[in-house]
Design a protein around this ligand. Sequence first.
Ligand SMILES: [Zn+2]
Length: 292
Amino acid sequence: MLRLMHVHAHPDDESSKGAASTAKYVAEGVDVHVVTCTGGERGSILNPKMDRPDVLENISEIRRQEMEAAREILGVRQDWLGFVDSGWPEGDPKPPLPEGCFALVPVEEAAEPLVRLIREFRPHVMTTYDENGGYPHPDHIMCHTVSVAAFEAAGDPTMYPDAGEPWQPLKLYYHHSFHRDRTQALHDEMIVRGLTSPYEERLSDWKPDPVHAARITTRVPCAEYFPVRDRALLAHATQIDPDGAWFACPLEVHQHAWPTEDYELARSLVDVETPETDLFAGVREALERMGV
Ligand SMILES: [Zn+2]
């Protein structure tokens, strides 16, 4: 059985990044494990209908329940690393990060519970964010740092000897869900259909970035699972406004204009040829050769 591990910073990130490819792999019988580094305790309430004192008071518990619902919808297992959300620093200059938060934990210490989970679950493939976090939230950057450290350490018997039997995942990917080419394609398709595009303003001050675009090695076709992604995302009711910008672009436009979720192959211990369309390309063949 193939195993895939996604490491994410907050509850909801698993539903906004790579959720349709997750649903596709689950449907194919892949065992998918989501690891959530923090509880999302410092996330703002982004859905005006949920911005109520009773929700704010119980935000940690509510976000756990939302995660549980999303987990069911996606058909994955999920574990918390148990770190505390660092929050999005606002102001100029930015205030110092709150004491004890995830981004301030030393990397060697923060990687330990993840190494333990990798050795338990034994994923063949892992995903995380790139070195910029996808967007520069301190928890997303820390998630990258910790995931890379754990990917390197998990197979090394001299590292974290008390955290289980060594296991080396074979590939590591970075999510590239929100890039300019995709946004442009969604925008163009909406115009063609005579719809009002929510992307006009964003695109006008977003210069084409061929260097970033060239980082994408892997496009996983998964349009038929976009409805699952939408449902998982909506389960995070405090984080997503069903009437907001996210859902202003119709499902059919997404499916037609950009039917893939995109990744960058950051490390591979198996032979691969890029571009590829499958996170397990090369892994399936390697396991077959090994008679697994
Ligand atoms: Zn996040």
